[in-house]
Design a protein around this ligand. Structure first.
Ligand code: ZN
Length: 552
């Protein structure tokens, strides 16, 4: 090789390098003639956007953005359709739900006869002797107005054991064969912390068991999920989320197995949403020992906060309250962990640089959790801990002031008012004005998120918008109207605020140059929609990282 050749090679290398950014500047795709709601305060509306690889390259007027096109740029005329950033579900259980959808009958049906038909269909495909499993059953939502009985289940499936989980996750319903298999009879006493229900008239098993009595079934039902099943579960739920406009979700009770499932699904091209994977505190020591902490990963699969649990549930009325449930003067709900336990786990996580997300529904639980966070921050101040209050349902002015002072993040249920309205009466009209308190949070300068808690809650972002804006349930009952927010605010809650909750506000959550190209194309403009029909707005397309993850 002579000097001239090597100099030519050197120059061509240089040229290639200098061209590189120019090549990058040519968009792969331009969407134009749209009504783009950017959630970027500096430029709230745009007509067009350009995408190169997985990022927004330009956002602005049609003429300016179309000018950037090369011969290779694909152009899509939006025909005036509305575009928003992709929605972020900041508290959900998608990997777990995906596995359930893979194996179990979805019993979210409006009549007992429809549930029986679905069970029969599954039984026909199930080898003799194997369990037929169901989930998402809700006794308040079937037209018969009574719960499932053992007779209903025996009539549908006499020769296979049947076991169905209630949507809330704390009670289950089984047929006679299932009870025989696990050794529960009419005379079996209630286990500690559990209940086996009987028909008050006949004394026979009703079919329903609660809390720790479920463990008898859990032990008997084989949990033989393979590594591939976990990946398939993520693949299945990915499609379900993408169809509704979700591009990111938090796995709120994740495990190392979920983390692996996400990585597997991403590698096989099946992961269609960005996963922020919380880690259940049982795994905290192992995760710290492995040198990991919140933030490790990439924009598709990232280690999230450590998950702690302070109290019970809203839908099943075990949240810990300062005033009793309506009509049950001695019932204040339950605390699951003591303040000292929360502090011990929390301190370990805080010192190791983890974000902490604590399940706290009732005002007593929120007060307890905030006291722990305040103590951690006082003893060992960290610059930006972004403590999270998972659900943070029942609040008051004092709690809100402390949340603001700490810079903590509430993740209230977004669809409960609309979808679970029939359960709201247990809390009473006055308390509802302090529940899912988006108006109070936003007015105080706090950044609440959109959060479904699926499976217990629905994850459809347009339903979240309607619920938050109208505070009205499916039957037209209004619950806590003082907490109404505007459609524009609800969109920000469901996008940019969700990104902030996972330290990713500079990466996603708005349609801005340099951010990840995550977006939704809607059939109608939510800002012009009657608020009582927001839930009917169709999602036409969803994009995550420049790739369509759903097209209608
Ligand atoms: Zn949850």
């Amino acid at each position: 090789m002579n000097a001239a050749t090597s100099r030519r090679e050197f120059l061509s290398t240089l040229a290639a390098f200098s061209l590189f950014p120019l090549e990058q500047a040519k968009p792969d795709l331009i969407l134009y003639n749209g009504n783009i709601l950017t959630v970027n305060e500096r430029e709230p509306r745009a007509q067009a956007l350009a995408i190169a690889h997985d990022r927004f390259l330009a956002v602005g007027r049609d003429s300016d953005v179309l000018n950037l096109a090369s011969a290779a740029t694909k152009k899509i005329d939006l025909g005036g359709k509305t575009v928003t950033p992709g929605f972020i579900d900041a508290h959900s259980h998608p990997a777990e739900a995906g596995l359930m959808h893979l194996r179990m009958v979805d019993c979210d049906l409006r009549s007992i006869s429809a549930i029986q038909a679905a069970l029969r269909e599954r039984t026909a495909k199930t080898p003799p002797g194997e369990w037929v499993l169901g989930f998402k059953y809700d006794d308040t939502k079937t037209e018969e107005g009574r719960p499932l009985t053992v007779a209903d289940l025996d009539a549908a499936v006499p020769d296979h054991p049947v076991h169905i989980q209630h949507r809330g996750g704390h009670t289950t319903y089984s047929n006679s064969l299932a009870f025989r298999k696990v050794g529960i009879g009419e005379k079996t006493p209630d286990p500690p912390g559990g209940k086996i229900d009987h028909d008050p008239a006949t004394g026979r098993l009703s079919g329903r068991v609660a809390e720790s009595a479920n463990a008898l079934f859990e032990k008997a039902i084989p949990q033989n999920f393979t590594r591939d099943d976990h990946r398939e579960g993520v693949k299945l739920i990915s499609k379900m989320l993408a169809r509704t406009g979700i591009t990111s979700a938090t796995e709120a009770q994740g495990t190392p197995t979920d983390l692996r499932a996400y990585q597997d699904a991403h590698e096989s091209g099946d992961l269609l949403y960005r996963a922020y994977c919380f880690i259940n505190f049982h795994y905290l020591d192992a995760m710290i020992a492995a040198g990991t902490r919140t933030g490790l990963g990439d924009e598709w699969v990232r280690v999230g906060a450590v998950k702690l649990v302070c109290d019970g549930s809203i839908s099943e009325r075990t949240a810990r309250l300062s005033a009793p449930y309506e009509g049950r003067p001695d019932d204040y709900g339950i605390l699951v962990m003591t303040e000292e336990e929360l502090y011990t786990h929390g301190r370990k996580a805080h010192l190791a640089g983890w974000q902490i997300g604590t399940h706290a529904n009732g005002d007593v639980a929120i007060d307890t959790t905030l006291r722990v966070y305040e103590r951690l921050q006082k003893e060992n101040p960290r610059r930006d801990p972004r403590f999270r209050l998972e659900h943070c349902t029942v609040v008051n002015d004092d709690l809100i002031a402390r949340i603001k002072a700490l810079g903590a993040i509430p993740t209230p249920f977004s669809t409960y008012v609309y979808y679970h309205g029939e359960k709201m009466r247990y809390y009473g009209a006055e308390r509802l004005n302090h529940m899912f308190a988006l108006r109070s949070f936003i007015d105080a300068g706090i950044r609440p998120t959109q959060a479904s808690d699926y499976p217990p809650g629905e994850f459809i972002p347009m339903m979240a918008l309607q619920s938050e804006v109208t505070r009205t349930d499916m039957k037209g009952n209004v619950w806590g109207p003082k907490q109404r927010i505007t459609v524009e605010e609800a969109i920000r809650v469901g996008t940019l605020n969700g990104a902030y909750a996972s330290y990713e506000e500079n990466l996603k959550g708005s349609i801005e140059v340099g951010k990840l190209a995550d977006l939704v194309v809607l059939g109608r403009d939510p800002l012009k929609e009657n608020p009582s029909t927001l839930v009917t707005i169709p999602v036409e397309r969803t994009m995550a990282g420049g790739r369509w993850t759903f097209e209608s």
